[in-house]
Design a binder for this molecule. Structure first.
Ligand code: SAM
Ligand code: SF4
Length: 331
């Protein structure tokens, strides 16, 4: 029987999100300051060999689902070779989160590799606002990627961060993407991972506010049952081809069924988005750890996992507030 992995709260862990780089070609203001962040020196990034070995170990422990994220995953050289290698490990799903600026020409190859789904990050359908939010003029390339994903029939989700005074007028146009296309559109609460050190005592556009706003436009919107470990509360508007989701990433309403761990570009294991990192897998591997020792380190980390994102945040060193860039975590 296939191995299963559980944490100290009895939650099954079967999903890893791996940020393959902290580099990015956009500067989304909720993620990075305009001048960017201090990138991790190249030799401190996990190599592809290390990532592959890590995935071998994790898949033997019960991980069945991998998401590649970043930074922008497609900015890392030879990423397609890595994908080809990791697609042979027998995982149930490989998914990718991308800003879509470099993705369009790769879609046929992604289809061939059997990539299960792509999350496209897109916060507006207005070209000028896209520039204001991302500080780069790449809107047309992202839209081209969306067209290509649909053309090749790769399951596509659009993820939009909801930001007060920035893109709330975009919520309905974005939701409309799901009317005629099989696209799931998900609205994400803004989190304080902007690399600038600021955080929000009160989030004006929380999941309730987002839902109220959607309800005003779609009074017939109906809640769907939650799939296991879903981070999004899912809804359907009658007649729409795709679903609408709301992800309470800041309010943290979904921790009770959290099935995921994260690996940062430097190889730090995070058992919660809000923790500071539990141990460095890269250091362990470079110190000569065997697969057995890696396994034990993962099991130990999962035996001490925070109950929820609030506890993980409280456990941060000296209570230091969340301020790192999401591009060093992967979302
Ligand atoms: N560069 C890729 C992209 O943008 O899709 C992958 C990495 S990005 C860090 C992953 C996801 O995190 C994106 O959907 C992005 O919108 C989201 N994200 C980044 N900063 C965020 C923040 N402060 N609050 C909420 N979501 C955020
Ligand atoms: Fe880059 Fe993604 Fe962060 Fe935007 S959200 S700056 S695309 S890593």
């Amino acid at each position: 029987m296939a191995a299963k992995l559980y944490d100290n709260h009895g939650r099954e862990i079967n999903y890893v999100r791996m940020a393959v780089t902290d580099r990015c070609n956009l500067r989304c203001f909720y993620c990075m300051p305009a001048e960017g962040i201090d990138y991790v020196p190249r030799k401190e990034l996990l190599s592809y060999e290390e990532m592959h070995r890590l995935m071998q170990v994790l898949s033997q422990m019960g991980i069945t689902k991998l998401r590649l994220t970043g930074g922008e995953p497609f900015i890392r050289r030879d990423i397609m070779d890595f994908l080809a290698a990791v697609s042979k490990l027998g995982l149930e799903q490989i998914n990718i989160t991308t800003n879509g600026t470099l993705t369009a020409p790769l879609v046929p190859e992604l289809k061939k590799l059997g990539i299960h789904s792509i999350n496209l990050s897109l916060d507006t359908l207005d070209k000028d606002r896209f520039y204001e939010i991302t500080r780069r003029n790449e809107f047309d390339k992202v839209m081209h990627t969306m067209d290509e994903l649909l053309r090749y029939g790769i399951k596509t989700k659009v993820n939009a961060v909801v930001m007060e005074n920035k893109n709330t007028e975009d919520l309905i146009p974005l939701a409309e993407l799901a009317r005629h296309q099989p696209i799931d559109v998900r609205f994400i609460e803004e989190m304080p991972f902007n690399g600038a050190g600021s955080h929000y005592p009160v989030l004006a556009w929380n999941h309730r506010h987002i839902l109220d706003h959607l309800r005003q436009h779609y009074p017939e919107i109906e809640r769907l049952p939650d799939p296991p470990s879903s981070t999004s509360a899912n809804y359907r508007v009658p007649g729409f081809k795709g679903k609408i989701g709301i992800i309470a990433a800041f309010s943290r309403t979904f921790c009770g069924t959290c099935n995921r761990i994260r690996i940062t570009p430097q190889g730090m294991l995070k058992t919660c988005l809000y923790d500071e990192g539990i141990f460095n897998v890269r250091s362990l591997m470079r110190a000569g750890a065997t697969n057995e020792q890696m396994r034990d380190a993962f099991l130990d980390a999962l035996n001490h996992r925070a109950k929820d994102g609030w506890e993980a945040e409280r456990n941060r060193n000296f209570g230091s507030p969340v301020s790192e860039s999401m591009s060093t975590i992967g979302g």
